[in-house]
Design a protein around this ligand. Structure first.
Ligand SMILES: CC(C)(COP(=O)(O)OP(=O)(O)OC[C@H]1O[C@@H](n2cnc3c(N)ncnc32)[C@H](O)[C@@H]1OP(=O)(O)O)[C@@H](O)C(=O)NCCC(=O)NCCS
Length: 289
């Protein structure tokens, strides 16, 4: 029996809170949600980072990302011994309220199957599967794919607003700063024809995303094959919305394995799903779309 005399929801305040958050993601085996990744949420908007405390002790968290017209909620975790007490529900209510104050048209999340009833109770509805794949594909380097430089990044940011349908420039810049060796652009006639970002998580876990192909809507693994060549002989994970029907069979044929229990993209509000565009092959992150 837990004595719950004093319960508060407050914003992250300092490194100690971030370290608590990183311990929770590590315990859950969320390899891509490192301290560095959590720090970028905090730098972006400390008011969107929520911590649940019982008698002065942090026991849960959740992060709301406010883009310009829509929001995304992720990183919802409650410490094991405090589950089933309604804490996640309260954290979600705080995150939703925070984003709704901004008058966004919609709030999104990627929910694991077990948590779907919790999200449905809060008004979210399922809109698609947010698939996950893991493995390796044949590696090949291409001369028209180059490391992303600062000038490219600015152009990528401008293009990304159109394909993602909101402004995630802060996170793209952070990813480029944190992992410059894993960010690539494909150029054709000196124009950016596609871009791909990667990152390294706990234990060297490599994740791809966002991955955008601007030229046409056909399945084209060029950027991904180049990325594989650059990271060498190691597997990576990638998240792809199920509507990307052209790319999914291609990556499976190339050797990636689908996860059997993928999350579901859910939405509260109206409008188009973030990144649900034939050019956006891979999502940026399960915690921010
Ligand atoms: C999901 C999670 C945050 C729920 O926290 P919680 O404080 O126990 O949730 P609440 O008490 O507010 O609500 C419980 C609801 O969570 C859901 N739930 C129950 N067990 C769950 C589990 N093992 N995993 C996920 N969701 C679960 C159910 O819908 C439950 O509703 P019910 O009590 O009516 O059956 C918690 O189980 C957790 O940290 N799981 C691991 C991380 C995770 O999966 N996060 C969600 C990612 S989308």
């Amino acid at each position: 029996m837990i004595n719950r005399q004093d319960e508060v929801i407050r914003n992250f305040d300092n490194l100690v809170d971030l370290e608590f958050a990183a311990r929770l993601t590590k315990q859950e085996g969320w390899h891509s949600e490192t301290l560095l990744e959590l720090q970028s949420f905090f730098e972006h908007d400390p008011e969107g980072c929520f911590l649940y405390e019982v008698n002065g002790k942090p026991v849960g968290m959740c992060i709301a990302t406010a883009y310009q017209q829509s929001g995304f909620i992720g990183e919802l975790i409650v410490a094991k011994q405090y589950r089933g007490l309604g804490i996640a529900h309260k954290l979600m209510q705080a995150a939703i309220q925070y984003l709704q104050q901004k008058q966004f048209h919609a709030i999104f999340l990627d929910g694991v199957q077990k948590a779907i009833p919790l999200y449905e109770e809060l008004g979210f509805r399922s809109i698609s599967r947010s698939l996950r794949f893991f493995g390796q594909i044949p590696a090949e380097e291409f001369p028209d794919i180059l490391p992303m430089n600062a000038e490219d990044l600015q152009e990528v940011i401008n293009l990304d607003r159109l394909t993602f349908s909101d402004n995630r420039s802060f996170f793209l810049s952070k990813r480029w700063q944190n992992y410059p060796d894993l960010a690539f652009v494909r150029k054709q006639n000196q124009q950016i024809a596609g871009y791909l970002f990667g990152r390294i998580g706990l234990g060297g876990w490599v994740t791809v995303g966002p991955w955008v192909n601007l030229i046409d809507q056909s399945a084209d693994l060029t950027l991904l094959s180049h990325f594989q060549a650059k990271i060498g002989n190691q597997p990576f994970s990638i998240g792809i919305l199920e509507n990307r029907k052209s790319i999914i069979p291609q990556i499976v044929m190339a050797g990636l394995q689908p996860r059997t229990d993928p999350p579901t993209r859910m939405m509260l509000g109206i409008g188009n799903n973030l990144g649900d565009n034939d050019h956006c092959f891979a999502i940026g992150s399960p915690a921010k779309g």
